[in-house]
Design a protein around this ligand. Structure first.
Ligand SMILES: NC(=O)c1ccc[n+]([C@@H]2O[C@H](COP(=O)([O-])OP(=O)(O)OC[C@H]3O[C@@H](n4cnc5c(N)ncnc54)[C@H](OP(=O)(O)O)[C@@H]3O)[C@@H](O)[C@H]2O)c1
Length: 304
């Protein structure tokens, strides 16, 4: 199938493109970073009026996965207007354009739409209460997408993997710093469900192939603190876990409001896909195998 991926230079976009290009005709859209990717790339700024219709008309995909966003929480607090445009208005425009052309549309949202006051996992039918600009605009995006295109998939995610810039994911943060012998903080009071980006990519394709629609939690099946995640990464990579200082996120230099509980239930997803969500340890193994095989350097090379 022809698969269009916007935000293909991002953490999800690049890994999704590489994971799916063996089976599908992948066309990525970026703003000019990718110079030598092993799939077709179009350069476009999605903020330019008419760009979405023009991309869809020239590429005619069967499926479209939107990985473009303003995904940095602090940046969203600084520029809420731009965050709203990228995280809500543009996705709504994409969803509408896909509905008119009968293109299957997938939009990515976040595990951060809840306020985190619950003790336990959140399901899709619980009421969100976003705490900051990023989460607010992502929630607006979810609602706008599903109202413009009820056949669309909206996936609330959280994932780790190797990125083009080498610094986008929490997994990279721990590997980079611990490899250099640096002390880092690991938050003990933020619970989340990390999923290896390749498992997420496979899951999104499986959801499209099963013709799922609507809102889904697509995260790892195992909840853990960010500190615990760091420890697991350190153990897998043979790095010193004692360099990770257990700390509260409230004592960090991060200023955007953050939920302490990002634990999402994947019951709906596993029921509708008819299978287990891959184990965290399998994803961590995959992340480590990529490292051993030089995958981080390989993808960074696509910028030259
Ligand atoms: N990372 C996570 O664990 C996580 C957690 C929850 C939700 N999500 C969601 O998952 C999705 C993917 O996240 P990510 O971590 O892969 O994000 P990312 O690494 O920040 O990538 C964002 C992408 O959007 C592109 N973009 C931004 N503005 C654009 C514009 N005006 N025109 C064209 N492209 C533009 C960026 O291009 P440039 O490279 O040129 O800047 C980049 O390719 C997002 O919807 C995010 O909210 C991610």
């Amino acid at each position: 199938m022809r698969l269009l991926i916007t935000g293909v230079s991002g953490l999800l976009g690049i890994n999704l493109a590489l994971e799916t290009k063996r089976m599908h005709d992948v066309i990525g859209v970026d703003r000019g970073k990718l110079k030598s990717a092993p799939f077709r790339v179009l350069h476009a700024n999605l903020l330019r009026s008419g760009s979405i219709n023009s991309i869809l008309d020239s590429t005619q995909p069967a499926w479209f996965i939107n990985c473009a966003a303003m995904a940095n929480l602090e940046e969203c607090e600084r520029d809420p207007n731009q965050a709203r445009i990228l995280n809500a208005e543009i996705p709504a425009e994409m969803a509408d354009a896909c509905a008119k052309r009968n293109i299957k549309f997938v939009h990515l949202s976040t595990d951060a739409v809840f306020d985190g006051t619950k003790d336990g996992a959140y399901s899709e039918d619980e009421a969100p209460n976003p705490l900051g600009v990023y989460a607010q605009t992502k929630l607006e995006g979810e609602r706008a997408v599903l109202s413009a295109n009820p056949q669309a998939i909206v996936a609330r995610v959280n994932f780790f993997g190797w990125s083009l810039g080498g610094r986008r994911s929490l997994g990279e943060f721990f590997v980079n710093n611990l490899s250099e012998g640096k002390n880092v903080n690991g938050f003990t009071d933020v619970i989340f469900c990390p999923m290896w980006v390749n498992h997420l990519s496979q899951g999104l394709i499986a959801m499209i192939e099963k013709d799922l629609r609507g809102l889904y939690h697509v995260v790892g099946a195992q909840a853990m603190s960010k500190y615990q995640f760091g420890v697991e990464v350190a153990r897998k990579f043979g790095l010193r876990e004692s360099l990770i200082e257990p700390q509260s996120v409230e004592r960090s230099s991060l200023t955007a409001p953050r939920s302490h509980n990002l634990w999402l239930s994947v019951h709906k997803l596993s029921t509708d896909l008819g299978g287990e969500i891959p184990a965290f340890s399998t994803g961590l193994d995959g992340f480590y195998t990529q490292f051993q095989q030089g995958y981080p350097q390989k993808i960074r090379g696509y910028q030259q």
